[in-house]
Design a protein around this ligand. Structure first.
Ligand code: ANZ
Length: 879
């Protein structure tokens, strides 16, 4: 049936979505005869806001990439599921006064519908929901695996308490001293908590980053978070008590001879013991003050240094010098040993502190022959000079090797030892919230902490009407007797269940494995399925998960590897982060009615978005438009439903890919999606016009027909094969915008030449048929509905393009024609060379000068000037 007159995208898209679903086109099954490709996007929490066109900045391009992989012959796995547990879901349920389980299921339905609306190639038979007992059964099982390996433990510790979300937060969830979701200032509390020993994997988590094809920025954030430092611990004796020691951690033991005081963190346990009576009152005041500061504030660069003396002294083991011991908040208890030796000449923080409190500054690294004193310095120096007054090390430069030598010597003298420290802390897993995976542990008065036996898993989350956080530091589960009261698996006497639940990140630490075998009732996944599908070959999501999710998932993967459950150590081979989508958003600036048209950047913090529907309340002068992240709370959401209804799902897909480089932030533009829709309409018309008459035997006709003799047809073929090469390379490398641009350019070429090419030779052109067929193939990853329609209805071919093989470019055909280059000397033609048509001036000049004939003619002359007319000639002026 020929194509309709008009491009009716609504009917086309609906028809093909039904056909794909009926054929189970995207259902993946293991096929040992085929190479696999596992593509995945970050596990989404299906929020009640539904998806916006902003979310498709992520989904649409990866979908195109995976369609390419399928066409390249890979057996593609592209699953989707719901990160349903966790605080965002619970908070939303509280606000809507609903049960989280039903609510999340309903929201997931909306997400799914919207994803299907855009034609994403998911295998819905593998859909999972992390709050489903059939899933969290295995999250609990994996927790117990960690527990049995000694990697899960409970301890009483100061934790980050989020007073708004009423729960503790992991270190990673505290950003600039605030809860990453609530934005509330975090408080310190002492509550027993479950931790996972991620620190045991610090070295492997660091080393294995090197082999990953991830953005450098993300790898560096992980490196910094792990924060490996090599250095030494040095022991100082305090006062005259041989047995009171303070151990400092330093990365620069080579500067030990320049230490002039010692600083303890305010929380250091020695502070109480060593502070001299007269100093105690000031000390107490200072410590209270420090408690209210966040670690980030305390470490801020350039911040005015504060501190108080303890009145006690420490002895420098290498030279017996007495160093005053101070307490200052720029030293953190959670790092190293919570105590430092201060070397003000060579450490800027110590320098500022010494200057402020009049403490001595003694440079040990000096330029040879120079003898600067502390007064001469304006700041600390770190990288220059050689050691002086440093015992056996005088004359050595400030290198890693010197640091190593000093560390080894300190160890041999018994003054200290070489150590490696990490900034990484164990992962705080407990949450005092209802909506999460119950931690499968039992507290028995006799046997203490006992793991729930495997046969009793899953420990089900009770369905209860009241689940609001209590704010007492106890989970709401603690108030549900049927849940709490149980018996000890060992002695069968009454015992209490653990009432903390796991942080949501536990669920997303292994979901990518469950997708390989999503309905397995007997184990988290079978080894065979995991071996076939994993690791994930392409992983796509937002850069905000640079540390947390990606680090935790890597950790669990390594634990599972060590337990022999899987054969790979890194879960995500390639990673890409999409840019955000912003939308123009009306808002007002409080108290400044006069400034109506300010720049987007200025004083963004004073700008308040206007609630949807309240625009009419404000005068034109009060309203200021800003580019803000697309979200319901900003009232600036454009839904995929609207966009698909108005312009089509394919147009939205093309728009998402074409609008900007994948990684870049974009500003939503109706104008641009209209452009994409117009482009697709042009493609439709092109095929509608030239499709009739198309025959699939063009490869034979290419050699026998009249095409060979026609430069126009040859040019069309060249463009076709150049576009195949460019699009393949661009899609492979996530350059979707230039891929679409190449497609558009080519469509223009076909449109402009089709008529003449088709009729000129009096016989249907094989080159035109080739270009039409290739065009539809290349279109299919980006606009799959339209492509399948044009393939069957426009060209009369059959089968789904998702299963069709991707074309390859013939380099011979793609090659630009050669030109004849005329080489002149002083205006006289002396040589003719053949050159690539696309060669630039520099290439042509070099070629001309390298010609043996020309070289011979130039002997004894000097070249004054070379004039190049690209594509034509080179004239050499010489005398
Ligand atoms: C003496 C020294 C001399 C230092 C010098 C540096 C330069 P990184 O590289 O981040 O690991 N330090 C140690 N523990 C600390 C703590 N708990 N709070 C604040 N600062 C601490 O930093 C290690 C360096 O930071 C250590 O080496 C120590 O200062 C300081 F020319 O010791 B250094």
């Amino acid at each position: 049936m020929p194509l309709e007159e008009r491009y009716d995208f609504r009917t086309i898209e609906q028809t093909w979505q039904e056909r794909w679903a009926n054929a189970g086109l995207y259902h993946a099954t293991e096929d040992p005869g085929k190479p696999k490709f596992y593509g995945l996007e970050f596990f989404p929490y299906p929020s009640g806001q539904g998806l916006s066109v902003g979310h498709f900045k992520n989904y649409a391009p990866n979908d195109a990439f995976l369609r390419l992989k399928s066409m390249q012959g890979f057996n593609v796995l592209h699953p989707m599921g719901w990160d349903a547990f966790g605080q965002p879901a619970e908070n939303e349920a509280i606000k809507r006064q609903r049960q989280p389980s039903g609510m999340v299921r309903e929201f997931a339905q909306t997400y799914k519908r919207q994803m299907q609306l855009i034609g994403l190639s998911y295998d819905w038979e593998r859909e999972i929901n992390s709050s489903d007992p059939s899933y969290y059964h295995w999250t609990q099982w994996l927790f117990l695996l960690l527990y049995k390996q000694g990697l899960a433990y409970r301890k009483d510790a100061p934790v980050n308490w989020d007073p708004v979300d009423k729960t503790v937060l992991a270190n990673e969830e505290v950003v600039n001293g605030r809860g990453w979701r609530s934005g509330a200032l975090v408080e310190k509390r002492f509550i027993p908590q479950w931790y996972l020993k991620i620190t045991a994997y610090a070295d492997r988590l660091l080393a294995d980053l090197d082999g990953l094809q991830w953005p450098d920025g993300i790898k560096n954030q992980q490196r910094n978070w792990i924060g490996k430092s090599e250095g030494a611990e040095v022991n100082f004796t305090v006062g005259y008590h041989e047995n009171t020691r303070v151990t400092v951690f330093t990365t620069r033991p080579d500067t030990l001879w320049g230490a002039t005081f010692v600083v303890l963190a305010p929380e250091h346990p020695l502070v109480d013991k060593i502070t001299v009576p007269g100093y105690k009152a000031a000390m107490e005041k200072y410590r209270l003050r420090a408690q209210r500061q966040t670690d980030i504030d305390r470490q801020a660069e350039g911040r005015d240094k504060t501190g108080v003396p303890t009145g006690a002294y420490a002895t420098n083991p290498v030279n017996g010098a007495y160093l005053p011991i101070w307490v200052a908040d720029y030293v953190l208890m959670g790092y190293g040993t919570g105590a430092i030796m201060a070397v003000p000449a060579h450490d800027q923080r110590d320098f500022e502190f010494a200057r402020k409190f009049g403490l001595p500054i003694v440079p040990v690294y000096q330029e040879p022959g120079q003898e600067l004193s502390g007064e001469d310095l304006t700041h600390a120096t770190t990288e220059t000079g050689v050691l002086t007054n440093s015992g056996p090390f005088d004359g050595l430069p400030p290198t890693k090797d010197t640091v190593g030598q000093v560390s080894a010597w300190l160890q041999s003298e018994g003054f200290g030892k070489a150590v490696i420290t990490y900034k990484l802390r164990d992962w705080l897993l407990s949450r005092q919230r209802y909506w999460g995976v119950p931690i499968p542990m039992i507290h028995c008065p006799t046997h203490g902490e006992v793991a729930v036996p495997d046969k009793d898993l899953p420990v089900k989350l009770p369905d209860v009407p009241n689940y609001q956080p209590t704010g007492t530091g106890e989970s709401p589960l603690a108030a549900i007797p049927e849940f709490v009261n149980t018996t000890c698996p060992i002695c069968h006497e009454p015992a209490r269940r653990e009432t903390d639940t796991m942080a949501g990140f536990a669920c997303s630490s292994w979901y990518f494995l469950r997708f390989a075998d999503p309905h397995n009732p007997a184990e988290p996944f079978s080894r065979a399925q995991a071996d076939y599908w994993l690791p994930v070959d392409m992983y796509v999501g937002g850069a905000e998960h640079a540390v947390m999710h990606l680090l935790y998932a890597r950790f669990w993967t390594k634990v599972m590897y060590d337990a022999g459950m899987i054969g790979f150590q890194e879960p995500f081979t390639r990673l890409h982060n999409q840019g955000m989508m912003l939308a123009s958003t009306p808002g007002r600036r409080p108290g400044s009615g006069e400034d109506g048209g300010g720049e987007a950047e200025d004083k963004i913090e004073d700008w308040v978005p206007i609630k949807p529907g309240e625009l009419g309340k404000y005068s034109q002068e009060e309203i200021v438009y800003r580019w803000a992240k697309m979200s319901k709370s900003m009232g600036n959401v454009v839904t995929p439903d609207e966009a698909a209804e108005k312009y089509g799902a394919d147009a939205l897909r093309v728009y998402e890919m074409f609008v900007a480089p994948f990684e870049e932030t974009v500003q939503w533009s109706e104008e641009a999606i209209r452009g994409s829709a117009k482009f697709l309409a042009r493609v439709y018309r092109l095929v509608a016009q030239h499709g009739p008459g198309f025959t699939a035997d063009w490869p034979e006709r290419l050699s026998t027909g009249t095409d060979a003799g026609s430069p126009a047809r040859r040019a069309l073929r060249r463009k076709t094969h150049q576009t195949i090469a460019k699009m393949t390379d661009d899609l492979e490398n996530f350059r979707f915008n230039t891929a679409v641009a190449a497609l558009m350019e080519w469509v223009n070429v076909i449109t402009d030449t089709a008529q003449s090419v088709d009729t000129a030779q009096g016989e249907r052109s094989a080159a035109l048929d080739e270009s039409l067929q290739m065009l539809v193939l290349l279109l299919s990853p980006v606009a799959p509905h339209l492509a399948d329609e044009l393939w069957t209805e426009g060209l009369g071919l059959s089968g789904f393009l998702y299963k069709h093989s991707w074309p390859t470019s013939d380099p011979e055909v793609a090659r630009e024609d050669e030109i004849t280059l005329i080489v002149q000397i002083n205006g006289k033609v002396r040589d003719k060379l053949s050159a690539q048509a696309e060669a630039d001036s520099a290439d042509l000049e070099a070629m001309a000068l390298a010609s043996p004939r020309i070289q011979e003619l130039l002997t004894g002359l000097s070249v004054r000037k070379v004039i190049v007319v690209p594509g034509k000639l080179v004239n050499i002026v010489a005398n």
